[in-house]
Design a protein around this ligand. Structure first.
Ligand code: SAH
Ligand code: SF4
Ligand code: F3S
Length: 460
């Protein structure tokens, strides 16, 4: 399904333009994962077409859009806090409109709470309603009561939404939406719906236009990229798609996330090995190092399979680095289970770890499991894990001293006159350089490390 061009929706645009006595400004803030950030860029694109300017300053906004995340309770509390803080602004500016989208409002109890506790929220539009947002805004302006209906689940993918990207050299490119895995702790399949893949030709044409516009790093996104292709007419899997994109002409590199260990294949690793433009870094979330807990999590692999895949990757691509997500304090996790996670982390030596304390999500299976471990114990486990990882990250960074490597310069570094560039393996190197290099590839020589950061100099 293609996006209908809202420029033709004169009535919507007129309604919005006539409501404000000046060109209106929209403040859009995305919480959560890269998928959501990419949705936020589409929200901005749609709003620009509907006649809004964008602002980074919420005080200046005529429309505030929060694109929300539901993955952990803490994430939701932050959003409620942010919505609460808008009450004063709405009193000062009665014409201010407040719209809430994203994963949180895919849950009925959240919509009910917005209804009851936040009377100044004007509309919700969920994850499937980005294309409808200008119309919803216009309906609200024309006097319709608050538009807080239950978000609908839509299976069709809307192609060609206008997009306003946050960066001019790094781009997100979703290849699929939704998730079918139902890991027992996770809300994502409930809020994002069933897994569906974009057509390879749609992905390719977006990819080509990104490369032509000068994008240097393109990250393919999906909750489980390795199950790409299910349900498409054309027989194609993720490794095929990756190879097709990596063979395109141009000066770029490709990343992708997330790979579910049960679906990441040896073919995928062979594809990385045979294509220069694919980064040698695999984000392969293990979640736990205990087989007992992995079963409870419904992850469908065990530690031995996981290590087997990493071993194969190390043999095939010697420079490959790994990163992971880990949940600490899953219901019933014992000290022994946790120690197995620590041991796995010691063995794999990830360059980066994203760690979370288990958060109960209503409607998921793990929410029903007895959970007797006090929060204090979980927090203490988390800090042990963080300390271990910091030590490993520091050692891995130090081990690169002397290497000459290519970085993509992302912005200023922390020190005076310094730039920060990201290596293929996702580590960040800081070096002195001209700010005109931002957005470009540069060869650097690693001179040492400061904590988890590398120090470097431009190679001549
Ligand atoms: N699809 C990806 C990422 C999903 S969400 C994947 O499968 O890896 C990102 C991370 O949040 C997960 O990997 C998991 O570590 C964490 N997470 C998800 N639900 C959680 C919960 N209920 N409590 C704590 N962490 C959670
Ligand atoms: Fe959640 Fe599991 Fe799907 Fe990832 S694969 S989004 S953790 S259900
Ligand atoms: Fe959060 Fe939704 Fe992403 S729940 S992690 S924003 S898919």
């Amino acid at each position: 399904m293609q996006y209908q061009d809202f420029i033709e929706h004169d009535r919507t645009i007129d309604t919005i333009a006539n409501y404000y006595d000046h060109p209106p400004a929209a403040y859009v803030h995305s919480f959560g994962c890269q998928q959501n950030v990419n949705d936020g860029e589409k929200i901005k694109g749609v709003l620009l077409q509907a006649g809004f300017n964008l602002t980074e300053n919420v005080q200046e906004a005529d429309l505030v859009v929060f694109n929300t995340c539901a993955v952990r309770e803490h994430a939701q509390q932050r959003v409620y806090g942010n919505i609460g803080a808008l009450k004063k602004l709405k009193t000062e500016k009665p014409k201010l409109l407040i719209a809430i989208g994203g994963c949180m409002v895919q849950q009925k109890d959240v919509v009910d709470k917005l209804h009851q506790s936040f009377p100044y929220v004007d509309l919700v539009f969920g994850v499937n309603g980005i294309d409808k947002l200008p119309d919803l805004i216009a309906q609200r302006i024309r006097g319709k009561k608050r538009v807080l209906g239950d978000p609908v689940e839509r299976y069709d993918i809307v192609e060609n939404l206008p997009i306003h990207r946050d960066s001019t050299f790094k781009a997100w490119l979703p290849i699929m939406y939704g998730c079918d895995n139902f890991c027992s702790y996770c809300i994502v399949p409930f809020v994002r719906g069933r897994e569906r893949s974009r057509k390879p030709e749609d992905i390719l044409s977006e990819f080509r236009s990104l490369v032509q516009s000068g994008y240097k790093e393109i990250t393919l996104l999906g909750q489980n990229v390795n199950s790409y292709g299910k349900g498409l007419e054309k027989k194609i899997d993720f490794a095929d798609l990756l190879a097709m994109l990596a063979e395109q002409e141009g000066d770029f590199r490709i990343r992708f996330m997330t790979s579910h260990p049960k679906d990441a294949s040896r073919k995928l690793i062979d594809t990385i090995a045979s294509h220069e433009k694919i980064c040698n870094n695999l984000h392969l979330p293990v979640q736990s190092g205990s087989d007992r807990i992995l079963i409870q999590m419904n992850r469908k692999y065990d530690v031995a399979q996981y290590k087997g895949l990493i071993d194969y990757a190390r043999r095939t691509v010697p420079r490959m680095t790994f990163s992971s997500d880990i949940i600490v304090g899953f219901p019933g996790e014992t000290e022994e289970d946790f120690e197995q996670t620590m041991e796995l982390v010691r063995q794999i030596r990830y360059v980066q770890l994203f760690t979370f304390i288990f958060s109960r999500r209503g409607g998921t299976r793990a929410a029903l499991l007895p959970d007797a471990t006090p929060h204090k114990v979980k927090a203490e486990r988390l800090s042990r894990l963080l300390r271990l990882q910091e030590e490993i990250s520091r050692e891995e960074a130090a081990a690169l001293t002397g290497a000459s490597l290519r970085v993509l310069v992302e912005g200023p570094g922390r020190g005076e006159g310094e730039l920060a560039g990201r290596l293929d393996n996702n580590l960040v190197a800081e070096f002195v350089g001209d700010s005109r290099l931002i957005g470009q590839f540069v060869e650097v020589r690693i001179t040492g490390s400061k904590g988890i950061y590398l120090t470097a100099e431009i190679a001549h």
